[in-house]
Ligand binder design. Sequence first.
Ligand SMILES: Cc1cc2nc3c(=O)[nH]c(=O)nc-3n(C[C@H](O)[C@H](O)[C@H](O)COP(=O)(O)OP(=O)(O)OC[C@H]3O[C@@H](n4cnc5c(N)ncnc54)[C@H](O)[C@@H]3O)c2cc1C
Length: 438
Amino acid sequence: MSKKRVIVIGGGAAGMMAAGRAAESGADVLLLEKTGSRGAKLLLAGEGRCNLTNTRELADFIEAYGPNGRFLYRAFDLFFREELLEFLGRFGVGTVNEIDGRIFPASNSSADVLKAFEAYMLENRVRLETGKEVDAIIVSEGRVTGVSAGGAEYPAESVVIATGGASYPATGSTGAGYRLAGAAGHRIVRIRPALVPLAVCDVEAVKNMQGVSLSGVRLTAFACNALEIPCGGVLRDAGRGIPGKSPKPPVVESRIGDVIFTHFGLSGPGVLKISLAVADALENGPVSIAIDLRPRLTWEEMRVEIQKRFDRFSKRNYRNILLELLPPKLVDPFQRMTGVPAEKVGSQINAEERERLVKLIKCLSFVVKGPFSLASAMVTAGGVALPEIDPATMQSKLVKGLYFAGEVMDIDGETGGFNLQAAFSTGRLAGESAAAED
Ligand SMILES: Cc1cc2nc3c(=O)[nH]c(=O)nc-3n(C[C@H](O)[C@H](O)[C@H](O)COP(=O)(O)OP(=O)(O)OC[C@H]3O[C@@H](n4cnc5c(N)ncnc54)[C@H](O)[C@@H]3O)c2cc1C
């Protein structure tokens, strides 16, 4: 009996896994990749170190994808972290666990992960054609019969769309999969940037702080203008990936993280994490971000702390007192924003002036202009609508023989290895299902 023909479109993390697994499961597999090489985005991942997955327990892991995470249970049943690490180990890639449960290759090299996938595909005789951009899925009587690329037709009984999202287009992920799936009748959930820096309206303010990096601060997005932020209360973690903690309006999301001030706004891991919630909230009105520089202190404790400093340094001038409290690059902007003269000595600074400083430290706020472009986002949110895909097989519910894997679907996760794990797991399931008899 002749082998089932499977075509995988896209040679990223999901496509390489799908192709290797389909071939390992007995199919004759052709991988079509539009660029000259495979795994361009995989090589960039984790700044070249490739944050492969995360040590979080399954239920928490699923939370990292927001409400759509439930779709992944079946794929994770088949192939989760342990299976991924075992798979990579088979190709000589050991791993290390780092802060926040992040798992990286022990060699710190994405290239070693790519080599493992190349060896897997070679071992299972996947045929690979690079420089082949698929421009249509051929469907006849509700079932896939092949694809067309560059004027040529490639027949197949199963096709896996693993074309990635629409961010970092230089890696080949230009959103082609949305057009292919859309033409086959699939609904595409509006695509938007996730894990992306945020531009603020008051560019001058952040420019003055450019280059400053703060770790362990509380970042809270509020659905209102900066002047309307309800300052003074206790804020707790709330938002996507934080089990059972839905944010209470006007809070959109709140979490502890790191922030970097840039020439246009805010970046850093904490900002990337809240960026999707901010982008979505901006659809309905203004959004502001408040940074609490001392999240471990309540407002009252902060007041006491500041009072103590001014008492202790009663003869020092305000600027020098600020130098004791803040990173050097924040001193001048804070002095200007509080409006307290730099030369005024501690003993002359009154309660109202101290309160202005407390407010800036506990609630340094910026009105958000918008997320940075989709092209610069680490991940694309939105994509092929999940209700039209069978989570047990990754097969389209509309077109027989059509499968999906990776970021092209309406799945996006936090930073921390969640996006690659989703790509590997859905790729594995799609490849195995595409090769199976139907
Ligand atoms: C800078 C950066 C760093 C990241 N770091 C991490 C990290 O450390 N950990 C993590 O979990 N996630 C990380 N991510 C996200 C993660 O890399 C992606 O979610 C993941 O690689 C998606 O895999 P994919 O196979 O679905 O798509 P992609 O890797 O984007 O692959 C899609 C492939 O399809 C090809 N293609 C597209 N259209 C066609 C067509 N019509 N015909 C043929 N081929 C086509 C493309 O050329 C591309 O090779 C990072 C992303 C970026 C941008």
